[in-house]
Design a protein around this ligand. Structure first.
Ligand SMILES: Cc1cc2nc3c(=O)[nH]c(=O)nc-3n(C[C@H](O)[C@H](O)[C@H](O)COP(=O)(O)O)c2cc1C
Ligand code: SF4
Ligand code: SF4
Length: 349
């Protein structure tokens, strides 16, 4: 009798969900009892420890060279184990250039979580990345349907082969191939965690095409969208998983490129310079006083963050004014027709 399997997955647009289902289907074929659980649909703070002898898997997209916070915190809080086996998978932004499949970059996604699971007493049996298409349509148009289907066919086979090995009791650590580049990119993952993701969370807005169906609010895996002034408003809980933007039935969610560029210029050229000039007038920081310098730098960051919070609220308010709404609309690249939305391949789901 093979160990029962529980897979916990998080997914924005369906790639990681599909990998979890392919893995579970392989277990079904091998008559191994299994369950694939979407962590967005459960009480993440009250997880029961896995039964002794069972196998646990975690599957999630990669966001900013790490697991998204929802999955990271889930693993941090996950109950300890006395020797249960565990595997980790991440889906990344795979590309296809001509006939070549180009992999994404995991960063610390697998390594940090592997370390946490080891400390908690798990025995790691597998670490693998799966290079499904990128869903990050704030920065590039959605991948064409034909290319998606081709990448999907390849990744499904890779996932099934990996699952068969793990379920047959083998150890597979394919991720070690990328360890050097993953660790080198570590500083960027830290930058994304503390700064980048908050800027991205404030990059969405709903256009006039929105009919207030509230589907985006109901389907957000972390309940990040609120209704403010009778239109969707993105809060800092947003993980930029791209589900809302890719699935809005009216294609009414866009990325506010004009606003983001404008506000970053304002912060860098105006507010930060003004802040530093003020600091210079008030105090002289001795060259060797690291604490004072750190305090001033941190204050600068807090100020930057405060500007982002206030400006997004103002931006949201200004969307009421037709002329400004048009200006924001025309400076969003995602509004243009050629900027496709991302849909995972139905054929291979
Ligand atoms: C905000 C954001 C950040 C991303 N960061 C990375 C990354 O660091 N490395 C990578 O290979 N892919 C990255 N991607 C691509 C996704 O990880 C990839 O498309 C994944 O398969 C999506 O899975 P899902 O459909 O389950 O959400 C990013 C996507 C988004 C939206
Ligand atoms: S899903 Fe689209 S149309 Fe529906 S409320 Fe959200 S933005 Fe508006
Ligand atoms: S608001 Fe949209 S992008 Fe952000 S977490 Fe929710 S569904 Fe994902």
């Amino acid at each position: 009798m093979t160990d029962p399997l529980t897979i916990y997955f998080f997914s924005g647009t369906g790639n990681a969900r599909n990998v979890a289902h392919w893995f579970a289907a392989t277990a079904d074929k091998m008559h191994i009892p299994n369950e694939a659980i979407d962590i967005a649909k459960i009480d993440r703070k009250n997880i029961q420890p896995p039964p002794p002898g069972s196998l646990v898997g975690f599957i999630s997209p990669t966001h900013g060279f790490n697991y998204p916070p929802a999955m990271m915190y889930f693993i941090f809080r996950f109950p300890r184990s006395k020797g249960n086996k565990a595997f980790l998978m991440n889906t990344r932004a795979g590309l296809k250039l001509s006939k070549w499949f180009v992999p994404g970059l995991s960063g610390i996604a697998l390594w940090l979580s592997a370390l946490v699971l080891l400390v908690k007493g798990y025995r790691l049996v597998g670490l693998r990345s799966i290079d499904l298409p990128s869903n990050w349509i704030s920065i590039h148009p959605g991948v064409k349907e034909k290319v998606v289907a081709s990448i999907y066919t390849r990744c499904k086979q890779i996932t099934i082969a990996f699952a068969e090995k793990i379920l047959n009791g083998k150890k597979v650590f394919t991720a070690f191939r990328d360890i050097i580049q993953d660790l080198l990119i570590f500083p960027v993952s830290i930058g994304y965690f503390f700064v980048g993701r908050f800027i991205l969370a404030k990059s969405f807005y709903a256009t006039d095409a929105c009919d207030k169906c509230d589907l985006c609010i109901a389907n957000c895996p972390v309940k990040a969208i609120l209704t403010v002034d009778n239109r969707p408003f993105w809060s800092y809980r947003c993980e930029s998983c791209m589900r809302c933007m890719n699935n809005c039935p009216k294609r009414a969610i866009d990325t506010a490129h004009g606003y983001i560029i404008g506000i970053l210029c304002l912060i860098n050229m105006g507010i930060v310079v003004w802040f530093w000039q003020g600091v210079g007038r008030l105090i002289t920081i001795p060259a060797d006083n690291g604490w004072a310098e750190t305090a001033v730098t941190l204050t600068g960051w807090v100020l930057t963050f405060a500007v982002m919070v206030v400006s997004y609220r103002i931006y949201h308010y200004l969307l009421r004014i037709p002329l400004l709404r048009q200006l924001f609309y025309y400076t969003s690249i995602t509004r243009y027709k050629f900027w496709r939305r991302y849909k995972p391949s139905r054929k291979n789901s």
